[in-house]
Design a protein around this ligand. Structure first.
Ligand SMILES: CC(C)(COP(=O)([O-])OP(=O)([O-])OC[C@H]1O[C@@H](n2cnc3c(N)ncnc32)[C@H](O)[C@@H]1OP(=O)([O-])[O-])[C@@H](O)C(=O)NCCC(=O)NCCSC(=O)C[C@@](C)(O)CC(=O)[O-]
Length: 309
C-alpha cells in the first residue's frame, strides 16, 4: 500500500483525465503463458464473470497456432460459448489471415494484430521480420475493412527486448506509424518485459505522439519491476486514456522468459478511483472475480488491492 500512497500523493496535484477505458487482458495475455492449461469451462466462466465487472473491452483469446501457444488452443470453443453482454466488445489476437478467418468464423467483432519494435522478438514470437509482419497484417486489414471488423495494433518490446536489448523510441514510432497507416484504430504500446520507467514512458509517448493522436494510443505495461503503475499515470498525464491491464495481475509472455503479468486491473481501478478518474469498473466485483479465479486455477492473485472474503 506504500506504493499506492506515493502514487496518490505524487499524481493528485497533476492534470489527469476525468475518465479512462481499461481493456482487460486476463483471459488472453493472462492465461497464454500459464504452465497449466485451464479447462475451457473455467475460461468461459471467468470471462462471464468479467463481463459483470463493468468493462467495455475484454480480450478473450488468440487465434494463433496451438503448436506455438497451446494455452489458447480452445479459442473457437471459448469464444462461441461466452455470454456476449451488450455494450462489451470481445476481441481476440490474430497473427495472420488463417487466424483472422477463424476469428471471423465465430463472429469476433474486433481483432488485434501484434508487431514488435525489435527484430529478435518478432522472429521468436511470430516467426518473421517486422517488415514481413506488416505485409501479413496488410492482408488482414484488407479483409477486416470489407468485413467491418475493427483492428487494434500492438507493439511489443517498446523499451527493450529479451533478445536485442534496448529499443529506441524512434524504432517504436516507426512501427506505430506503419500500423496506423495500414488502418489500426488504436495502437497499444507493450512493455513486454516490464522494464519501463516514468522517464522512459515520457520519452516514448512524446515520440509516438508526433504521428498519432493521444486517443489512438493505449499503454500495456507488465509489472516485472513494480513500475507499471507509475508508468501508467505518467502516460495519463500526457493525455493517454486507454490502459491495458489484467485482473489478479495474471500473465507473462511465452516468448519473454521472466516477464511477469500485466499490471493489475484492481490496482489501476482503485488508484483511479482515489484520484477521481472514472473507469466504469466495479472494484468489489473485480476483487471477487480475482479471488474466484485464483482459487479455482491455483494461480496466485498478485494484485496489491484485494478484498479478503
Ligand atoms: C504466427 C505463427 C502462426 C507463425 O508460425 P509458423 O510456424 O511460421 O506458421 P506457418 O504459416 O508456417 O504454418 C505452420 C503451421 O501452423 C498452422 N497455423 C498457422 N497460422 C495459424 C493460426 N493462426 N492458427 C492456427 N494454426 C495456424 C498452419 O496451418 C501450419 O499447420 P500444419 O500444416 O503444420 O499442420 C506463429 O508464430 C504463432 O502462432 N505465433 C503466436 C505467438 C503468440 O501468440 N505469442 C504471444 C502473443 S503476446 C504478444 O505478442 C505481446 C503482447 C501483444 O501481449 C503485447 C505485450 O505484452 O507486450
Amino acid at each position: 500500500m506504500q506504493k499506492f500512497r506515493e502514487i496518490i500523493s505524487h499524481y493528485s496535484s497533476r492534470t489527469l483525465p476525468k475518465a479512462i477505458r481499461i481493456v482487460e487482458m486476463g483471459p488472453r495475455d493472462g492465461l497464454q503463458s500459464e504452465k497449466k492449461i485451464l479447462p475451457s469451462d473455467i475460461k468461459v466462466e471467468f470471462i462471464n464473470r468479467l463481463s459483470e465487472c463493468g468493462y467495455k473491452n475484454i480480450e478473450v483469446t488468440s487465434f494463433v497456432s496451438p503448436k506455438w501457444v497451446p494455452q489458447m488452443g480452445d479459442n473457437l470453443e471459448v469464444f462461441q460459448r461466452i455470454y456476449k453482454k451488450p455494450g462489451v466488445t470481445y476481441s481476440a489476437l490474430t497473427p495472420n489471415v488463417k487466424g483472422y478467418e477463424s476469428a471471423k468464423s465465430v463472429g469476433v467483432p474486433e481483432v488485434a494484430i501484434f508487431a514488435s519494435a525489435s527484430e529478435g522478438f518478432s522472429q521468436k514470437n511470430i516467426n518473421c521480420s517486422i517488415e514481413e509482419s506488416i505485409q501479413r497484417f496488410r492482408s488482414i486489414m484488407h479483409s477486416a475493412y470489407i468485413d467491418k471488423i475493427r483492428v487494434r495494433g500492438y507493439i511489443s518490446c517498446v523499451f527493450g527486448c529479451p533478445y536485442d536489448g534496448e529499443i529506441s523510441p524512434e524504432a517504436v514510432r516507426s512501427v506505430a506509424l506503419k500500423l496506423k497507416e495500414i488502418g489500426c484504430y488504436e495502437i497499444s504500446l507493450g512493455d513486454t518485459i516490464g522494464i519501463g520507467t516514468p522517464t522512459k514512458t515520457k520519452a516514448l509517448i512524446e515520440s509516438v505522439l508526433y504521428d498519432l493522436a493521444p486517443s489512438e494510443v493505449a499503454v500495456h505495461f507488465h509489472n516485472t519491476f513494480d513500475r507499471a503503475l507509475e508508468n501508467i499515470f505518467t502516460a495519463l498525464e500526457m493525455g493517454i486514456t486507454t490502459v491495458d491491464s489484467s485482473i489478479a495481475s495474471l500473465g507473462g509472455c511465452p516468448y519473454a522468459d521472466g516477464a511477469t503479468g500485466n499490471v493489475s486491473t484492481e490496482d489501476v481501478a482503485f488508484l483511479c478511483q482515489e484520484l477521481g478518474i472514472e473507469t466504469g469498473l466495479d472494484i468489489n466485483a473485480l476483487c471477487r472475480t480475482a479471488n474466484w479465479m485464483s482459487k479455482i486455477s491455483g494461480i496466485p492473485n498478485r494484485s496489491v488491492y484485494q478484498i479478503h472474503e
